[in-house]
Write a new protein. Structure first.
Length: 394
């Protein structure tokens, strides 16, 4: 059973425990009234047997409904059948023209059991069956009789609907609590990584540069991994805070009213940690759904990786972010020799999917575009994502 099923089952268990108390109360009421009106019975012994049967079944129902695996369709049908039977034998025991039925409010046990287990539909079916039986066994339809039947028919669906709503709310609350706990754990792990692994990588980077030779190469690799890990840690921490610095308690968790949002400007500004990279972003936040912002930032990172690989380590590169309202544009430019004509197509044909997958593929998946402009002046990628497509993708 999943988390959602466990939460709904817990609500149903509580409702059946409350129903058990109600069964005892209405049984005591039925027994007391029948004793008080004993002279109304034409067949007192059979009436006493019927009351004893009601007492026995109430005990059986209390034990059966207390265990989840016993709440089967057979039990519910038997419960409703006995309630209908107690109504049906009333004219035989009291004679025609009776006023109060033998079971009285005792039939509420079966009605509410159907409503709790099968929601509004079960409550409606049970209400119609009990109300119809009550009308059939009576000679005349009085205002009091009509009122009792009306309450049965309308009460069952309403109680069933409320039970279903309680289960849905419990499920949503359980999912929200689990998401909040997961977000808090991400933040805690990010903090631990920042205080441990990142510090070690930074130390290796500094000491490697001082040693030179192979140490310098080790320092470069440590620096790359430190930058990548730092970006990952900051992104996870941002998600844990709800993407905009909040604690995620405003509904920015899975299963709540809205998606997590992330400031794309903050995500792109981290690329300035790379040597030679200049990032220009607007003064105002550029908010996008977390997944979309992460994919755009990853595409920009892939562009910068190509600059470092093909133009040179520390080569100048510029990242420019524009928020145009309906769409967001990011340009990544360098001053390298450019990409030779046909080079990307041949690379893709050879199975090397770096640019087509990491840049173009990411933007296409987001419903956006990735336009390449290259030549002797250098290379420029223009990445565009529409806000309406971004919301749908989220």
């Amino acid at each position: 059973m999943g988390p959602a099923g466990a939460a709904a089952r817990a609500v149903e268990d509580r409702l059946f425990r409350a129903l058990a108390v109600l069964r005892v109360v209405v049984l005591a009421n039925a027994v007391g009234l029948n004793l008080y009106r004993a002279e109304n019975f034409q067949h007192p012994r059979w009436a006493a047997a019927a009351v004893v049967a009601m007492v026995v079944w109430t005990g059986v129902a209390l034990a059966a409904y207390a265990v989840v695996r016993r709440r089967t369709a057979l039990l519910l049908v038997a419960d409703l059948g006995l309630a209908v039977g107690s109504l049906a034998v009333t004219p035989l025991l009291k004679g025609d023209g009776f006023s109060a039925s033998l079971p009285g409010f005792w039939v509420m046990g079966a009605l509410l059991a159907w409503a709790v287990h099968w929601r509004w539909a079960g409550g409606l079916v049970a209400g119609l069956v009990l109300g119809g039986t009550d009308l059939l066994v009576r000679e005349d339809l009085t205002q009091n009789n009509y009122g009792n039947v009306f309450l049965l028919v309308i009460g069952g669906p309403i109680v069933g609907y409320m039970c279903g709503s309680l289960q849905e709310m419990a499920t949503e609350r359980d999912l929200a609590q689990r998401a909040a706990a997961a977000a808090a754990e991400r933040v805690r792990l990010a903090r631990a990584v920042h205080d441990g692994v990142l510090q070690v990588l930074a130390l290796v980077q500094r000491r490697g540069r001082e040693l030179g030779g192979d140490g310098a190469q080790l320092a470069r690799l440590a620096g790359e991994q430190e930058a990548a890990l730092r970006r990952l840690v900051q992104e996870e921490a941002s998600l844990g805070r709800g993407g905009d610095g909040s604690d995620g308690a405003d509904g920015a968790v899975p299963g709540s009213a809205g998606p997590v949002t992330v400031d794309l400007a903050v995500a792109l500004a981290r690329f300035e940690q790379r040597a030679g990279v200049t990032v220009v972003v607007p003064a105002e936040p550029v908010l996008l759904p977390g997944h979309v912002a992460g994919e755009v930032a990853a595409a920009v990172g892939a562009c910068l990786d190509n600059v470092e690989r093909h133009v040179g380590e520390g080569a100048p590169a510029w990242v420019l972010l524009d928020d145009l309202g309906a769409r967001v544009e990011v340009s990544v430019r360098d001053e390298g020799p450019g990409i030779a004509p046909g080079r990307l197509a041949s690379a893709e044909a050879e199975g090397r999917m770096g640019v087509s997958g990491s840049v173009v593929g990411r933007m296409v998946d987001l419903g956006g575009t990735a336009t390449l402009s290259t030549g002797a002046h250098g290379t420029e990628w223009e990445l565009v994502v529409r806000r309406d497509a971004a919301q749908e993708d989220a």
